[in-house]
Design a protein around this ligand. Structure first.
Ligand code: ADP
Length: 160
């Protein structure tokens, strides 16, 4: 089975992430979306909330599985018995960090390859960070995230 892991923070999942997940799912028998637990960032959504959101927004894609993980991506990839790491590339600004990470992972695990999917043009500007900023100022994020995520963001910000 050709299995890929798409690791990330997904705080929260945007239309850009979902586009990468859908496209990766067409290329592999199974795509495991790995939600990083101990990110250096302080997330708006807890790990369990991010997993719930991803489960909901990918429920129509049968070969996508959502899991959370701690530690190094390559260890998680091995645990999943996968061969490939998927990452999305938006702009040249993503490139340097992604290149560094892919090369480090290649030294750590030469049997695992990183594959980059270039963002679809309509999502090239999108990031979880800007979506959170827009929401924090009370503006609609309906154009940036799936409806379920927009609703969860409204709930979350009402509670804050
Ligand atoms: P991380 O903290 O690991 O960067 P993110 O959730 O921010 O986690 O992103 C996960 C992956 O998704 C990264 O490879 C990132 O470049 C990619 N990504 C984020 N937003 C988009 C987008 N709008 N289009 C395509 N790829 C994206």
């Amino acid at each position: 089975m050709r299995r890929a892991v798409y690791p990330g923070t997904f705080d929260p999942c945007t239309n850009g992430h979902l586009d990468i997940i859908r496209r990766a799912a067409k290329q592999f028998d199974e795509v495991v979306v790995g939600v990083l637990r101990n990110s250096a960032k302080t997330p708006l959504f807890s790990t369990d909330e991010r997993v719930t959101i991803l489960n909901e927004v990918t429920k129509d894609i049968p070969n996508v599985v959502i899991k959370s993980f701690d530690g190094l991506s390559v260890d998680f990839v091995r645990m999943c018995d996968a061969q490939v790491i998927i990452r999305g590339l938006r702009a040249i600004t993503d490139f340097e960090y992604e290149l560094q990470m892919a090369q480090t992972n290649r030294i750590l695990a030469p049997d695992i390859d990183t594959m980059f999917l270039i963002t679809s043009l309509e999502y090239a500007y999108l990031s979880s960070t800007t979506v959170k900023e827009v929401a924090a100022f009370g503006k609609s994020v309906d154009k940036f995230v799936p409806p379920f995520v927009a609703e969860k963001m409204r709930e979350k910000l009402r509670c804050e």
